[in-house]
Design a protein around this ligand. Sequence first.
Ligand SMILES: [Zn+2]
Ligand SMILES: [Zn+2]
Length: 439
Amino acid sequence: MTGFRFNTIFHKTKQFHRAGNFSKTIAILPVFFISLFFSDCGHSSGQEVRDSLRWWKGNLHTHTLWSDGQDYPEMVTQWYKDHGYHFLALSDHNILSEGQKWIDVAPGDAVFRKYLERFGPDWVEQKATDDRIQVRLKPISEFRCLFEEPGRFLLFQAEEISDTLAHLNAINISRPIPPQGGNSPVELLQNNVNAVIAQSRETGRPMFCQINHPNFRWALTAEDIMQIRDEKFFEIYNAHPLTQSFGDSKHAGTERMWDIILTKRLAELNLPLIYGIAADDAHVYHQWGPAYANPGRAWIVVRSHHLSPESIIRAMDAGDFYASTGVAFKDILFDGRTLKLVIRPENGISYITQFIGTLRGYDSTSRSVVDANGIQIRTTRIYSNDIGKILVEIKGTISTYTFTGNEIYVRAKVISTRSKDNTNAGIAWVQPVVPGVIK
Ligand SMILES: [Zn+2]
Ligand SMILES: [Zn+2]
């Protein structure tokens, strides 16, 4: 190992952030720090613990028939497990997959037929009336045992809190959280984030919340998200075709929003980093193509010792993960001064890494966006190109960026030759890092 892992440096940099919010966000951490080190993990030395770090691939945004997804939860889970994922969050709208729920099924329904064929009549619960069949949706507590395996596959109970103005995914919650509402997008986001934190504190269970698809219905702006306290995650890429991750001529794309959010939080608002998540937001499992919200397009890869909710959430909280649509890393190293990426190469594919950041002394002015009649639109403001500049571009599978001392943050984006115009396939986003000393 040629440098410190993310965790090391993030512990160091925490003390330089003035934001008490940072420590509030991870108020739950001491609970699982203790369980991590005193549970029966079987590690006897520091070397063994380091060696046990692994990358785990997962999707944190998935729908099933518990809300508007188009397949049974076991079928959806099976799809992800069969396609090399290690963890999956089932995140239906305003509901947990628990309790009794029966759905009507039309005679000859192909989705039901496939479910019955795959899991068999002993597993599938159905009852027939005169003109229809009713099928019971299994709660996660009943089907976990079919899929979960230590070190191989993990399910998170989750909910997409689908509020009037925005959606947020609450991951690893134990009770449903009703949409909290609010008189503005900022108030609504903050109320929902606070509700997840409150449940985590009350139960002692690690949980987190991610702000979903900011550009769906142009709901959220960078200015909204940058203000949210105790929030560390938002979707920089949501693969659902209606979520407008790329923005348009009047609306910033989510990646541009990320740079604005990072710059303003770190340099002006005294708030900590926000990390980027890529997710499927999968709904459609039986028709395939760019127009459908299919699974398998966008994911995160987390580095942790164990495939457990505690270990995965702890690593994410430390920023030790990346978002991807088709690029994988062997290693990501940051020693407080140099960020080094080692890509896991694939035959016939080449890579360009962009190190992106904002330097001190940047032009902080901005202007509003107006429509054809000169009327202001509620959308992310237009900022200078100083924000989120490409600092260096490097070809190949190993790339490094050494801080000069002038950077507010640096993140990396890897673009592979698999990527095509106007799609985010074949890309990876490395989480932002801040230099060893932050003022
Ligand atoms: Zn949503
Ligand atoms: Zn969704």
